[in-house]
Design a protein around this ligand. Sequence first.
Ligand code: MG
Length: 248
Amino acid sequence: MAEAGALLADVFHALGQLKLEGQSTLEINDFVERMIIDDLQARPASKGQYDFPYVLNASIDDVVCHGMPSENDVLRSGQIVNFDITLEKNGYIADSSTTYLVGEVAYPARRLVSATYNAMWKGIAAVRPGARLGDIGHAIAHYARAQGYSVVKEYCGHGIGREMHEDPQILHYGHPHTGLELKEGMVFTIEPMLNQGKAAVRSYPDQWPVYTRDGKLSAQFEHTVAVTRTGVRVLTLRPGETPPCKME
Ligand code: MG
């Protein structure tokens, strides 16, 4: 799983080097597909899963998650866009996402993106043997609300391994000292979605994208993490990435 995570981190590192402005989300999908298959000799795990035809989700501005790559969505300066990608190597899957700033982005959107990143890390910092799932959710939601943002409740993190989605569900809200106890060897994702306005989302029958109900911005970050003997290991840690908060 660490190998799959490291390869996926390389994909995000490469995405971070790209000039996103002026590219369609379909072009970016194709770039990522070629890198995963040709350069990394791995499999894009989302392609074909649930009949999904792409290797990533591209969720722009008020799209909360599950945005579809499209040649019509050419990224413009001022937008925020989340790319959510899964990769399988030697039978094991890693799952991660980053919200990128396109060109010059206004302060309110930058602040949301930064707070969402920090909220994910607050959750990661709560992971250790003996902690409970409610500790993770509480750490995320408590921080998000203190920053003036709401947490989407309809979508959550998940166990991951040979399958993309395994038990348990990892809620991004909760009460301390409640829920399943974490044990060494568990691997799951932490992937909070924070909204600028209200938490409510809207989706449409037979369509993938999920939108904020009030049309305000939403951001998301995701890492795949493993519970170690003494704490947590972030399997999809990017080259050069360091936690923005104190890890217990
Ligand atoms: Mg996930």
